[in-house]
Design a protein around this ligand. Structure first.
Ligand SMILES: Cc1cc2nc3c(=O)[nH]c(=O)nc-3n(C[C@H](O)[C@H](O)[C@H](O)COP(=O)(O)OP(=O)(O)OC[C@H]3O[C@@H](n4cnc5c(N)ncnc54)[C@H](O)[C@@H]3O)c2cc1C
Length: 382
């Protein structure tokens, strides 16, 4: 009997949902991926189409235009993309932004942004990282100065997922540079017709070629005081910390789905490819490598599923979510390396999914907090 990877949180409704999502991914995302890689973004139309089909903000309550589902509905979408090596559609960051509005926004802000985000009319981005600081978020220099009933934003951000297509950006700013965490706030910037806002380069990356990771510049960008997330100054750091378990688990989930997709593609390949008169699947080294990979996936599945269940129960803590991110991304790197090796020279060719997955996997250990930062967070909880 062939080994299958089942999820403890799946049920018949979710299986039907998975069919819907995989149809969308196969019909709308996959055929355009090569063009999107050339262009450096998946295009606005894809977002609108996803919104039309109810594939955006699926775990945001219907009151604010969302799908009324839960984290499992989101996880299924991420999995269906990841296991096919499709990394351009920044839907997870979009959802993370939606959760900032849901969890920390005022009622007026939720009404103003969530329905448009769910329809795909506004693509969401979150801008924390700057050229001079990433891990050390307290060191940001982008400034939001209160002037009457407005804030004036000056500074620059880099590595921003969805940066080119974003219609709404949550900008992490210093509202009081004399204070550490308490001097940080999140300002909402709508990018259309926004004077002083500029998208810089769409960055040339080693992987995730179809993702519009960009530089953003803010030069005296003026927004109304009503664009302060949550309406209270100095809350930015706490808002960021509160959503970390959700964000880190997404990376764990995508890492595991990518490993599963790589394993399945490798199994198919080694059964077809012959060397020394027989399929390379018959060589002991191949069988042992794939046995190791399958074991890592099964063990990882048990832990990630437990984290999903804890999140659904509202009990996932930051240290455990950081373990999911740390272990998932590190295991993904190891597994992709082993799988690619079994493809020989073809594994190095970008036309092969395994090559693209390998390149994409590298950043999973860096963004959303590096592996080293995950170890810091985990060790503090010991
Ligand atoms: C493709 C991509 C997409 C991204 N998307 C976004 C986004 O949407 N929004 C956003 O704001 N940012 C985004 N980022 C930025 C990402 O979150 C940062 O790159 C990351 O947090 C690391 O920051 P840094 O690059 O400044 O590295 P640094 O912080 O300069 O770290 C350099 C090295 O020092 C190590 N280090 C730093 N501090 C410590 C410590 N205390 N202990 C031990 N080691 C340490 C790090 O682990 C790393 O190895 C993205 C990055 C990439 C590459």
């Amino acid at each position: 009997m062939a080994l299958t990877f089942t999820r403890s949180w799946a049920d018949e409704d979710l299986d039907r949902w998975r069919d819907t999502c995989s149809r969308f991914v196969e019909q709308e995302l996959e055929p355009g991926d090569e063009a999107a890689r050339q262009r450096g973004n998946v295009g606005k139309d894809l977002w609108l189409k996803a919104g039309e089909l109810g594939l955006l903000c699926t775990d945001i309550p219907e009151t604010w235009g969302g799908g009324g589902g839960d984290f499992r509905h989101e996880a299924v979408i991420y999995e269906e993309c990841s296991r096919r090596g499709l990394s351009g559609w920044g839907n997870s960051v979009h959802t993370i932004v939606a959760h900032y509005f849901l969890n920390h926004g005022t009622e007026e802000q939720r009404q103003r942004y969530l329905p448009r985000m769910a329809r795909g009319e506004l693509v969401g981005a979150i801008a924390m990282t700057e050229p001079g600081t990433g891990s050390d978020l307290q060191g940001i220099r982008t400034r939001a100065e209160k002037q009457g009933d407005h804030f004036v934003i000056n500074g620059s951000k880099t590595f921003i997922t969805n940066g080119f297509l974003a219609g709404v950006v949550l900008v992490v700013c210093k509202t009081d540079p004399t204070q550490g965490a308490r001097g940080t706030s999140i300002l909402i910037v709508e990018t259309e017709h926004c004077e002083g806002f500029r998208v810089g380069r769409v960055l040339d990356k080693m992987g995730m070629k179809s993702q519009d990771t960009s530089e953003l510049f803010f030069d005296n960008v003026t927004v109304p005081a009503a664009n302060l997330l949550g309406g209270q100054v100095g809350q930015g750091f706490y808002q960021l910390m509160g959503d970390l378990p959700y964000e880190r688990l997404i990376i764990g989930v995508t890492a595991l789905a990518c490993m599963e997709g790589a394993y399945e593609a490798t199994l198919d390949y080694v059964r077809e490819r012959k060397a020394f008169g027989k399929p390379i699947a018959d060589l002991q080294n191949t069988r042992f490598k794939l046995a190791e990979v399958a074991t890592q996936i099964q063990v990882g599945r048990a832990f990630i599923d437990r984290c999903v269940e804890s999140l659904l129960a509202g009990k996932l803590d930051t240290a455990t979510a950081s373990m999911a991110k740390l272990w998932g991304s590190e295991a993904q790197g190891r597994v992709l390396d082993e799988c690619l090796q079994l493809f020989g020279g073809y594994g190095f060719m970008n036309e092969y999914m395994i090559a693209r997955m390998y390149a994409d996997a590298r950043v999973q250990r860096i963004y959303g907090g590096t592996s080293e930062i995950m170890k810091e967070v985990i060790s503090r909880a010991l």
